[in-house]
Structures are given as C-alpha cells and as structure tokens.
Design a protein around this ligand. Sequence first.
Ligand code: DGJ
Length: 729
Amino acid sequence: MGIRYREAERAFHLQGPNTSYIIQLNDRGVPVHAYWGRKIREENLKGMLVCTERSSFSPNPYPEDRSVSFDTLPQEYPAYGGSDFRHPAYQVQLDNGSTVTEFACTAHRIFSGKPGLEGLPSTYAEREEEAQTLELTLKDELSGLEAVLSYTVFADHDAIARSVRLTNGGNAPLRLLRAMSASVDFNRDSFRMLQLSGSWARERDLYGRELVPGMQSVESRRGSSSHQHNPFVALVSPDAGEDRGEVYGFSLVYSGSFVAQAEVDQFKTTRVSVGINPFDFEWLLEPGESFQTPEAVLVYSAEGLGAMSRTYHRLYRSRLCRGAHRDRTRPVLVNNWEATYFQFNADKIESIARVGRELGIELFVLDDGWFGRRDSDNCSLGDWKVDLRKLPGGLEDLAARVNRLDMQFGLWFEPEMVSPDSDLYRAHPDWCLHVPGRRRTEGRQQLILDLSRRDVCDYLIEAVGAVLRSAPISYVKWDMNRNMTEIGSALLPPQRQRETAHRYMLGLYRVMETITSQFPDILFESCSGGGGRFDPGMLYYMPQTWTSDNTDAVHRLRIQYGTSLVYPVSAMGAHVSAVPNHQTGRITSLKTRGDVAMSGNFGYELDLTQMTDEEKAEVKEQVERYKQIRHVVQFGEFYRLRSPFEGSDAAWMAVAEDGAEAFAVHVGVLAEPNAPLDWLRLKGLDPDARYRVEGSGEVYGGDQLMYAGLPIPRASGDYESHVWRLVRL
Ligand code: DGJ
C-alpha cells in the first residue's frame, strides 16, 4: 500500500494490496485520470494517456495543441462550461450568473492515516499505518472556488475512498448546483452495469445491463437512499462472474437522495459518477464557506464479484461500523411485531419473552405501539411517552420483567416522524418538512420532522435519550417509514430552501452520532420499512439494519443474496416468521425459514406462545445451532455459490476468518420431478486441509469439497433447504 508521487511527470500512483490508481497533472494542472485496475509495478504514462486530434466538434482549450480536448480527456473532477460535453462532476453558478469554471491543481499533500468528514459518515483508519491519503487542491482562479479532492488507499483493503470539499475562496457568493463525490473516466465501454433495485418488501434485486451510448443511472429523489435503488453500481467486464472477470464497484456512504450514473460517449469511453442527487439540490456558499460531499468507496476486483463483495464486507464491517458491538457476535432476538402488531399488553409480552428464554433466545424487542395511544398506525408518533393502558408499570417494569427472565430488552422507535394526531404536532405544527400554503402529504398518516432545524434535532436527542435513560434498554430498532414530499423548511431563507434535504441528513447524522455516543452499550439497528435505508451511511452509526419487511424465506433468498453484493452478513437482520407468510402468503417449513434466517443476524418474529411443543423443540435446536455458527456467519468470509436470480435454487457459505470452520446453506425453490443429481461445490476452503461434516461425520478434503462438491440430497418437495457445518481437522 502506498501513494507515490513522481515529480518529473507530476504523477500520483495510489496502490492498494492488488490495485493501482494513477493520476497525472497535465501541464496546466488539470488532474487527468490515467489508470485504475490491477496493480502495476511501475507506470509509463506515455502508454496510458493518448491524446489525438479529433474533429472541431471536440474543441481545443489550448490553441497550440489540437490533440487536447476536455471532450476526450479522462479527468478526475471534470468541470462544466468548457470543451467537455459529458456530465460534469460539479457545477457552480457565479455571482454574475454564469456557470463556467475550470479547475487547476495548486497544491498536493500525501499523508498517513485518513481524516474524518465533518458531519458525515465515512470509513476510517484506526492506526495511521492502515491508510494513506492524497489531497489535491484545485482552484478556479476567476471565481475563487477551491476543491480538495481526497483519495485514501488502505493497507488491507483494495478500496479507494474518495470525497471532495468545496470552498468559496472568493469575495462573492457561489451557488453549488452539483457536487459529485467521485467521477471516473474509463477508456472503454465494454462493461455491464449492475445495480440493486426493487421496492418495499422486494429490496435489492440484482439487475445487470449492457452499457449503451448515453446515460444509464440509478437514483433516489425520495430524501432517503430508498428501497427502489441502493446507492451502489458496479461496472463489470463482459466475462465477469462470481469468481472471474474485472469488477469496479461504486458505493456511496450516504443515506439521502443520490445518483450513480454511467455515461458512454461518442468515443466509447465511460464516465461513472456518484454523489448527492443534483436534482432539486442547490447549496449557497458564502465567501469562506465550505461544502463537504459524502464519501464514495471504490472497489476494484480482478477476480469477480465475490472478491469485490468480500472487500466491501471486510472494510464496512471493520472500518465503517463502529462502537462496542462492531466486533461482538449479535444476540438472537424475538420481536413482537408480526406476533401482535399493535395489540399487546405487558403480560402478553412477558409470555412471549418467557417462551423465548426457554428456547435460548437472548433479547426481546418490543416493536411499534408502546407509546402515546398508538393502537394503529394513525397517531402518536412524536409522543415518546409510554402507554400506561398497555404497560401499566411503564417501560422500566416491563424491561425488569424481561431482564428477570435473563433476557435483554430492546425497544422500537421512529424518531424522525410526527403524526398529525399527536401532542407534538399540535404544539409545533411548523416542525415538519413543509412548504407554506401547500398540502402536507401524509404517508402512513405521518409527516417528517424537519431535521434541518437544530431545535428539532435537539428535541429528538432529548426525547429519545429520556426514554433510553428510563429503563434498562440494550437494543434499539430505529425505524423510518416514509419518504419526503413538499421538501421545505420553515427556518431556511428562500435561497437555501433547496438545501433542506441534505441539511436533513446532516441533522439526522448529528442526532445519531449524539445518541449512539451517549448510549455506547446499546446495540442499534436501523430500519426503514425494512431495507429502505440499507446503506453505508447508516452502518456508520448503527452496525446492523433490518434487511426487509419481507420475511418470506423464499423471497428472502433474493433479498439477502442481493444485499450481500455490498453489505456484510453482520449488518443483515433476518428473522423466522409465521406461515402463511404475512407478506407473500407462502407456506414454508420451519426448517427452511430457520436455515435462511441463519444467514443473517438471527431472530424470530412470531408468537412463540402459539407454537406446538414439536415446533418449540425445533426452534430450540435452531437457536443452539445458530449460537455455534454465528461467529462464522457474522464475521466470516462470505461466498455466494448459486444465484436465486439465475436458477431455481440458491446457495452460499461462510468460512471463519481463521479457516477453522465453515457453514454452507442450499435452498431449492421449486422441486422438479425426476430431478438430476446435483453437487454443491464449495469455496474459500483450504484445498490441503480435511474437513468433518458435522452430523454425518463424513470427512472430505477441502479440494474435494471445492472441486467435486457435496452431494445435495434430492428434494422431496418445494422450498427444501440443507445446511452443512464443516470443521477443519
Ligand atoms: C416497519 C418495520 O420495518 C417493521 O419491522 C415494524 O417495525 C413496523 N415498521 C412498525 O410500524
């Protein structure tokens, strides 16, 4: 790992363990993108950067050199208004109304470690030797606008973290219209673009498409990263698969509206840019003020998607997630949402917890409905006072009752919301996002608190903090159940109204930073109607996320498989729920539901008191098994074996960090008559080691398990699952 600067050529060579990223400053100081890909020992830039004269439709900024046009030059942070007709990385409007700027590098700095981003989540280095950072300072002479482009490489991860800080160094106000976190120019278009898209209860389906000339993008304009599109795209070479081919991943550490786009131009080059969505975005920069973009994490893999995912998993698990729970195995929980919805009382809760404890479950989570007068989803959000009708002894009493069972107690909140039917709204009708005189559109009969306001954020910190101090609460589920409409703030002046959505995110991040540091021992799980905000930004504050409101074991194969492209298993909540499943109506066996949920942070979300003795015995066994394998599943290396997007089955496995154990899962979807025999080839094992399969006691070589595979028992029905726990001898 390291960053090398060659003065003679003004070239920066950033090296990760297996990656090179090369930048050159041209003779006017424009940072030119020379290379990103497999590691190169020593660069000769003559072979990388080739400029040739094109037609007059690619104009030339330097009259003496007709081989240079910004229209063809691969750049690191392209401007708008000159000879580049592709999408720029940034755009500002000057005081004179013009939007033309041009950056040149005026200074650079290379140093050990990685600085944090003010007010925003980001990956980090715990020790200086773990990372090196390059900062390029660019300046537009005429306006005084400055940008510091930041690039960090890591000693242990083939990832590059990029972000930009823009400062108005001039004397007149500037309006920022666009500020991408990263822009990369590839000298080819022979890629497929992968994305993770879907909807509520159908999050992160994996889609791929061939790049074609023009723009292809995913974006959110919803004020959160969204169920519809995850803030991630990858460009992959045509031959790429799980274990082969080139992959370039782009993941944005941000939880608000974003765009990730790939533009193929007339010369079959591709410009990828990611950042805050410029749609309806604007930021006023008064002289001396700065704007910090979120961080984009770029991952290169020469060995397919599997290796890309494992890089993201390791980096996000260990250097994005923080806090006491980062490296701790996560408890098995039971949540009462699908068991009771809003209809419960303290006795009912205790009865579920009691059975849970008998079955080995470690944490009880009280979901929605414990506060205000919330008997349905039409009131009380904002009134974070316990409902004494349901819980006469308050939260303290209930938590004590659960604790007496030797179980931890967890609690649901939806802090960012306010119900029109709430004391909070009646007292502060201007505390929600809104535009004067316009409709206040409700979603699930609720409005969104205006977290661009400091007073509203401070109120939240106080209100949530008071509840957390009132009882022994070990876990919090932080929910958020609608997207932004009529985005405006009562406190911002007209020229700053279009800052509201991003200011909301900054406010939310401040609230989360404050609360999670005030309560360092609480395990926080974020949620947005399931996976509507499953993004790296949230993981910085809360090390796990409720993956989806869809708990159907069969559909979960797709959701968990898609999610695993970027996010570590330790971040994914996965629960066994009742059948017929509440989202799909499907009936699957308890075994299959358990086997699928065990590939995440395991739990139950059903009324345990309604189970038969036989079912309880099975749950007890599942919980025991999970406790044996959770360190492997949550913190091991993850390998996808079969894709539910390609065939009628799915399989994956995890190998412990020290290689001593592995856990593999196979789930068939529809059974076939007279089906062919089938073997599951494993991955990530030591070919020279021998492994015992727990249960059968059979011993196989790692080479056999990977190259010949394990026989999959023939399915006797739909949705049949099998798991194997392997122990290295
Ligand atoms: C949406 C969440 O995803 C569910 O798990 C549950 O907590 C409900 N909200 C409660 O309203």
